[in-house]
Design a protein around this ligand. Structure first.
Ligand SMILES: Nc1ncnc2c1ncn2[C@@H]1O[C@H](COP(=O)(O)OP(=O)(O)OP(=O)(O)O)[C@@H](O)[C@H]1O
Length: 369
């Protein structure tokens, strides 16, 4: 990825410069520098799709102050789709191309697990009383997961759209002094994507998890003018984002040269616990930092850019997630094929006149006197 430098400037003597992989300006549609949703998808979303089809986990999370464009980037606006719908559409378009060529079979499941006030809810469960305050648990191999969270099998993009609409109606939104449609929860949309195919006549099955995360606004509580319930919400939002910052800092300090790895406080918040793999483990992860061009937001902008700067130091180690049983079958098949080849080779040598290298019965006549 190419590195792009972003500068924040208020007064000439106060210029701060940061370097990131990409920078986009979507403030003015008339400007030649304007970046469309399509371009953001081309640069970032297509990498997510590639990772999923290659069998890797992927994650995109948007971080920034309220009203700076996180939901616009992730979900989009009417007629101007953002990353999540484009990634889902792209996924099904590639699935239908591959299915037409009979290359593979696919299974796609989605979940929506927003975290509101440090509690996980189930946005997509249709009829149940147990839709909020779900428990997070950790599987020794598969990592953290939400117990009893509903999963939905989707066969095409319209299935996803239908679920998203249902989820949007349920999502907790409340107004703050800064943004009338401010979302006070961290929205996590997860796609589980399984691919089964034959590679050189050997079965293979990969399972990729794609986390698409629209975080709640990162502004300080005092900046929003919130009181009462809103203040408590703000406290919990801050708690998870502060923990996210601590996790990012701890991971950024890790180095393959260090013998002992630093303690990473994933479990200090539900958000970081659930995203454990995506943040510092087996995932190709993209952080999008959204900032406002207004000079009144200089402080928040600088804090967002510093936050993103720390995330750049994290080195993940993604691996292809292959089903262990299928891998075993494939390895056994490869071994059988190898032994068969050896046998054929042996028979050919024997036909050429040399003693075949295989078991023979030996008769001995023993004369007894
Ligand atoms: N680049 C953009 N182009 C056009 N409209 C935008 C852009 N960024 C944000 N908006 C609009 O600004 C408003 C606030 O943006 P958005 O809801 O995405 O902010 P947010 O960061 O998600 O806020 P919150 O933290 O409250 O969820 C929305 O009406 C959105 O459509």
């Amino acid at each position: 990825m190419a590195s792009v430098r972003v500068a924040v400037r208020v007064a000439p003597e106060n210029t701060k410069t940061f370097t990131y992989d990409f920078s986009y300006d979507s403030t003015d549609r008339q400007s030649s520098a304007f970046t469309s949703q399509e371009k953001v998808f081309e640069d970032l979303g297509s990498d997510v799709l590639k990772a999923a089809f290659d069998g890797y986990n992927a994650c995109v999370f948007a971080y920034g102050q309220t009203g700076s464009g996180k939901s616009y980037t992730m979900m989009g606006a009417p007629g101007d789709a953002g990353l999540i719908p484009r990634i889902c559409e792209g996924l099904f378009s590639r699935i239908s191309n591959s299915s037409r060529c009979d290359e593979a079979s696919f299974r796609t499941e989605v979940r929506s697990e927003p975290i509101y006030n440090e509690r996980v809810r189930d946005l997509l469960r249709r009829k149940s009383t147990q839709t909020y305050n779900l428990r997070v648990r950790e599987h020794p191999k598969d990592g953290p997961y939400v117990e009893d969270l509903s999963k939905h099998l989707v066969l095409n993009y319209s299935d996803v759209e239908e679920l998203m609409e249902a989820g949007n109606i349920n999502r907790t939104t409340a107004s703050t002094g800064m943004n009338d449609v401010s979302s006070r929860s961290h929205a996590i949309f997860t796609i589980n994507f399984t691919q089964a195919k034959f590679d050189a006549e050997m079965p293979s099955e990969t399972i990729s998890k794609i986390h698409l995360v629209d975080l709640a606004g990162s502004e300080r509580a005092d900046a929003t003018g919130a009181t009462g319930v809103r203040l408590k919400e703000g406290g919990n939002i801050n708690k998870s984002l502060v923990t996210l910052g601590n996790v990012i800092s701890a991971l950024g300090q890790e180095s393959p040269l260090k013998k002992k790895s630093a303690f990473v406080p994933y479990r200090d918040s539900v958000l970081t616990w659930l995203l454990k793999d995506s943040l510092g483990g087996n995932s190709k992860t993209i952080m999008i930092a959204t900032i406002s061009p207004a000079d009144v937001n200089y402080g928040e902008t600088l804090s967002t850019l510093r936050y993103a700067n720390r995330a750049k130091n994290i080195i993940n180690k993604p691996t292809v997630n292959e089903d262990a049983n299928v891998r075993l079958i494939r390895e056994l098949q490869a071994e059988i094929a190898r032994l068969k080849a050896l046998l054929i080779q042996g028979n050919q040598v024997s036909a050429g006149g040399r003693r075949p290298h295989c078991w023979r019965s030996v008769f001995m006549i023993v004369w007894c006197f």
